[in-house]
Write a protein that binds this ligand. Structure first.
Ligand code: 3AT
Ligand code: MG
Length: 333
């Protein structure tokens, strides 16, 4: 392990960039799909606004954070200021409204940790989930999208990491591996460490959002940052190599928490994340940028941590030695 920490990247790594880029391009949703998503948002907004004129429907998650693959479900959040109704009542009422609007496969999941309504739109064929007043997810979606606009290597890197995680079955929170949201944050952290991305929450804020009486702020004039990482010439395949190298051999799992909020790692000690509390084992620590007491790695258990680390190592070895890393990396598990 120790030798591998400092080993240089294979000399021919840049050869693979065009092949990795064409994989990225094959995963990006088409313009047609994006216009269908917009069409569905308009349909649903009209329908819901008839009943609740002061409500607003937001897109969050992969369809709005710029890290969405084609054919992914749309995550929507209904913002509504209705003090008489409980969240569950709103969900049930929403399901009725959607029924009346001829949407299909409507299911109200009122007992889930985050209650949602699921539906399918027969006009576009798209499926979506609607949650209620989960506005922090709308704010973290904007943060991720803003990061993606600073450097043109951010999206390809995160798409390839997500594609790898899905191919290798390590993107399943119910099996103790990580969410897509966590993987994107791992990519942003890595790019901050390479000085390719700045720390937007560490700069003078230009954007403020209030959610449940807490104010969240960060710098969002990202067009002013477009040359930020230009000094760093690393290609996408070199960054992918270094990303897996970092998570296989360089990250200190015992001591460190990654934090895109601060733009560096912080110690587990400082957060008091050194021992298991309830179900939170803190075996891989990924601080949520806004809910700072929230470890996105909390789903990882004593078995799945080894699955993850073995997959990072496999990926690092493929990136270093395999003659066709652009194929082998994504071979199904
Ligand atoms: P897929 O392309 O659907 O895999 P996604 O970007 O939609 O990826 P997730 O399904 O992981 O990502 O999550 C959807 C959004 O929900 C992303 C983020 O805004 C929010 N979110 C997910 N997990 C958390 C979390 N643990 N804490 C706060 N927000 C979260
Ligand atoms: Mg999603």
């Amino acid at each position: 392990r120790y030798d591998r920490r400092n080993r240089p990247c294979r000399y021919d790594i840049d050869l693979f960039t065009p092949r990795f880029m064409s994989i990225f391009e094959s995963l990006v949703p088409s313009d047609e799909e994006i216009s269908k998503q917009k069409q569905l948002l308009t349909t649903l907004s009209r329908l819901i606004n008839k009943e609740w004129p002061n409500s607003k429907l937001y897109v969050y998650g992969s369809c709005a954070n710029s890290f969405g693959f084609s054919n992914s479900d749309i995550d929507l959040c209904l913002s509504i200021d209705n003090t008489e109704m409980s969240k569950v009542d709103i969900i049930l009422k929403l399901a009725d409204i959607l029924h009346a609007g001829n949407l299909q496969n409507i299911q109200a999941l009122t007992r889930a940790r985050v209650p949602i309504v699921k539906l399918m739109d027969p006009n576009t064929g798209l499926s979506c989930d609607i949650c209620v007043n989960n506005l922090l997810a709308v704010v973290n979606t904007k943060l991720l999208r803003d990061y993606s606009q600073i450097d043109k290597r951010v999206r390809p890197l995160a798409f390839l990491v997500k594609h790898w995680a899905k191919s290798r079955c390590v993107n399943e929170t119910y099996q103790g591996t990580l969410s897509s949201y966590a993987y994107v944050i791992m990519c942003i952290h890595f790019l901050q460490s390479q000085r390719i991305l700045p720390c937007l929450q560490g700069m003078e804020p230009t954007y403020y959002a209030t959610v449940d009486n807490n104010v969240y702020a960060f710098f969002d004039q990202v067009d002013k940052l477009s040359g930020f990482g230009a000094q760093r010439k690393d290609t996408v395949s070199r960054l992918l190599w270094a990303f897996f190298h970092y998570w296989a051999y360089k990250h200190n799992y015992t001591k460190d928490v990654i934090s895109i909020r601060t733009g560096r790692t912080i110690s587990k000690n400082m957060k008091d994340w050194t021992r298991r509390v309830g179900n939170d084992r803190h075996l891989i620590c990924i601080e949520d940028p806004f809910e700072t007491s929230h470890d996105l790695g909390r789903v990882v258990d004593s078995r799945s941590i080894w699955t993850l680390r073995e997959e990072f190592e496999r990926a690092a070895e493929i990136m270093q030695y395999d003659p066709i890393p652009n194929v082998t990396l994504f071979e199904p598990h």
